[in-house]
Write a protein that binds this ligand. Structure first.
Ligand code: BEZ
Ligand code: FE
Length: 291
């Protein structure tokens, strides 16, 4: 069709993709075109604004690589990541809820024993002892489960944010295999709230829309076991000032953990700490799946 105008162009674009062989791709592309056009009409997008948007997305792509995941950050800060997570992992009452994956997980972190590891290395911060257990919804232990753990240090930085970071330098991340009772424990440092990376296009967007960049203190966990829905979640620190306004909308009240502050004294591993330290005890409840 020729002489398309602002009213009939959508119909024509949709007609052009009618023969897409993959049914799901056809559905996705059709909805994408319709919604994009609706958006442009609704706000009466100008050419200058369209160009600004193109430049923004170009910069977001250009700054992204395997470690710097600005595209994911954009999705996270627009609430799209948590929306997709929520609609794909609605879980029964009592199950641990799914949250955003975030950009700082790394495949291939060292595997450490179920108990006694110190994942903190040289990281600064108040010592933290974590004890945890994996169960099914009936409270039965899920043994021999792989648990990826990753977190920021007490200054709010992930190891991968160091420019010359290598996997061999990994700190504050590990894979732990639970014992036969589904238990695992490790020593680390107490996380603190921290800002998402603000030195790229997403940071510009956050500032332009007058949003704060903070995430409440948390540790990330990914729990993988055949026969169960893989759990990607965080355990947030109770009382954190940003629980209600997480920059990436990831907080679920069921994922708030009881990080307890202890005065100096004897720690869970029997050593004496001259500084205050923390403990966290948490139960992850998995849901069975066919896959
Ligand atoms: C994180 O917690 O690691 C994170 C998640 C989403 C965006 C930025 C950071
Ligand atoms: Fe994080």
């Amino acid at each position: 069709m020729m002489n398309l105008d602002e009213n009939n162009i959508t119909e024509e674009v949709v007609r052009r993709i009618e023969n897409t062989p993959d049914k799901r791709l056809k559905e996705i592309m059709t909805a994408l075109v319709k919604n994009l056009h609706t958006f442009a009409r609704e706000i009466r997008l100008t050419e200058a604004e369209w160009m600004k948007g193109v430049e923004f997305l170009t910069k977001t792509g250009q700054i992204s690589d395997e470690v710097r995941q600005e595209m994911i950050l954009l999705s996270d800060t627009l609430g799209l990541s948590q929306l997709v997570v929520a609609q794909n992992h609605s879980r029964p009452q009592g199950a641990t809820e799914q949250t955003v994956f975030g950009p700082f997980h790394v495949e291939g972190a060292r595997t450490l024993p179920a108990h006694g590891a110190d994942i903190g290395g040289e990281a600064v911060g108040d010592p933290l002892w974590v004890t945890a257990r994996i169960t099914d919804l009936d409270g039965r232990a899920v043994s021999d489960t792989l648990v990826d753990v990753w977190q920021a240090d007490s200054a709010g930085f992930y190891d991968v944010q160091d420019t010359d970071w290598k996997l061999d330098d990994a700190e504050l991340r590990a894979v732990v295999k639970t014992d036969a009772e589904g238990r695992f424990s490790f020593r680390s440092v107490m996380p603190s709230s921290y800002p998402i990376p603000m030195d790229g296009p997403v940071g510009q967007m956050m500032r332009a829309t007058n949003r704060h960049p903070m995430r409440p203190a948390h540790i990330h966990f990914m729990v993988r076991k055949a026969g169960f829905d893989t759990l990607v979640t965080h355990v947030f620190a109770d009382g954190d000032a940003y629980l209600d306004s997480d920059a990436v909308f990831g907080v679920r009240s069921s994922c708030i953990g009881n990080y307890i502050r202890h005065e100096p004294g004897v720690t869970p591993d029997g050593t004496n700490s001259e500084n205050p330290f923390y403990t966290l005890d948490y139960v992850f409840k998995l849901v069975r799946s066919e896959k």
